[in-house]
Design a protein around this ligand. Sequence first.
Ligand code: NAD
Ligand code: 6OD
Length: 484
Amino acid sequence: MKVIQNYIDGHFVSGKQNFADINPADGSVIAQVSEASESQVDEAVNAARLALHGEWRGIGVRERAARLHRIADAIEKRFDCFVQAEVADTGKPISLASKLDVPRAAANFRVFADLLKTSGMEAFQTETPDRSNALNYAVRKPLGVIGIITPWNLPLLLLTWKVAPALACGNTVVVKPSEETPATATLLAEAMQEAGIPPGVYNVVHGFGSGSAGEFLTQHPGVDAITFTGESKTGSAIMKSVASTVKPVSFELGGKNAAIVFADCEFEATVDGLADAVFLNSGQVCLCAERVYVERKIFSPFVEALKQKAESLRSGWPSDEKTNFGPLISAEHCKKVLSYYELAREEGASVVTGGGVPEFGDNRDHGFYVQPTIYTGLSESARCVKEEIFGPVCHITAFDSEDEAIAMANDTKYGLAASIWTSNLKRGHRVAQQMSVGITWVNCWFLRDLRTPFGGAGLSGIGREGGMHSLNFYSELNNICIKL
Ligand code: NAD
Ligand code: 6OD
């Protein structure tokens, strides 16, 4: 059976023991994953530290950008391998991995390569007390060794979203991908080799969180910064772990995102948009809308139309091009989502559609599929309306006024994303500006421009990445003040 290895100092290496990589579509074991020991995490960090001062340091901006483009070329050359590995690990439909995950991984490298070449730094001419002048300008230096810890829902997309700007800024990285989806991080090492990225610049350590590679990395004194995407409670554990060494952190965490649908929306386009916002990747996108607020005038037809969409999703084998709805990531996550389906009933929800597990009569019955699900009728304080479920499920509430919709949408400890659906653009701007979130879409959802700030408020994160925000996080800025 295939063994997915760690990648340390330019070498593929086995770890201390193996754990199983499971296919979410049928529960079968698809590979063994080599878990890095604490001493291997140490080796990876030391290799990254040495590489900071080696060949990589001497490579200028133009050449670094060229190598980032070569990484993108190498990903595109292996497009099918990346797609197949991502589909096998996550169970996501092949159409989604080919349209979103893998192209976006290549785009992450290209965008930050180009941004690096074109971005300048601020400069100020400053009046001095003796009526002379000083010139202030900042220079960008690498932050050092960056520890990157990522989740399982968009494994390659989210990993490269951090690796690309980190390398663009001249850092070296040690990445710890999710234990559920290890394959593409190791495959990316092949692209790094082909692109001429020196040994030690990109390292991969596989394993779990607490008591394993994740924690070994966050606690390591040789790591200069941690960038993490995952659950809010893991963010809290990592924050404690890095506190003693005062490392900068960038956190992209959970969400309980709202969509607000006004009666004047373009009905069909909105239903299509919401079907994506609720069910894409089986609801396992941090930006998914689990709370939908619909103006009372169109509540019933809207609920009915979204129900039709949910029931028309094709819950097939992930490698079938016609499938547009896959399983959840794991037995454990499936249990969690189903426990919320149960809780929704206990809390008094009306089940519009779904709420259970599909039956296939083949090996998919051993996989982690659940039905796309819509509820209505819960109070705004119900746990199913307050807590992140991270599955293909939403609750729909009717509202009568704009202010009421805004208040309900903002009544959450999270603050990642929101979407507003209206043909009145004035209202779109007005409502969007009142959302307590990091990202608001109007008449669209998950439409990305990689130069824009991305991140969350409240329990949804710390800091922003994207465009210059990423370059600033992954750099140490040195302001130089010269008396003229
Ligand atoms: P998770 O927090 O369980 O795991 C994420 C990563 O952290 C994994 O690699 C895991 O091994 C590691 N980890 C766990 N405990 C750790 C510890 N104590 N120390 C160091 N590392 C540790 O998250 P998940 O279940 O993989 O992903 C789903 C969650 O991620 C959801 O809450 C979702 O909203 C969130 N998410 C957020 C964004 C965003 O951009 N805001 C994007 C994707 C996913
Ligand atoms: O698009 C992105 O840059 C991004 N970080 C998406 C996160 C999706 C969460 O699941």
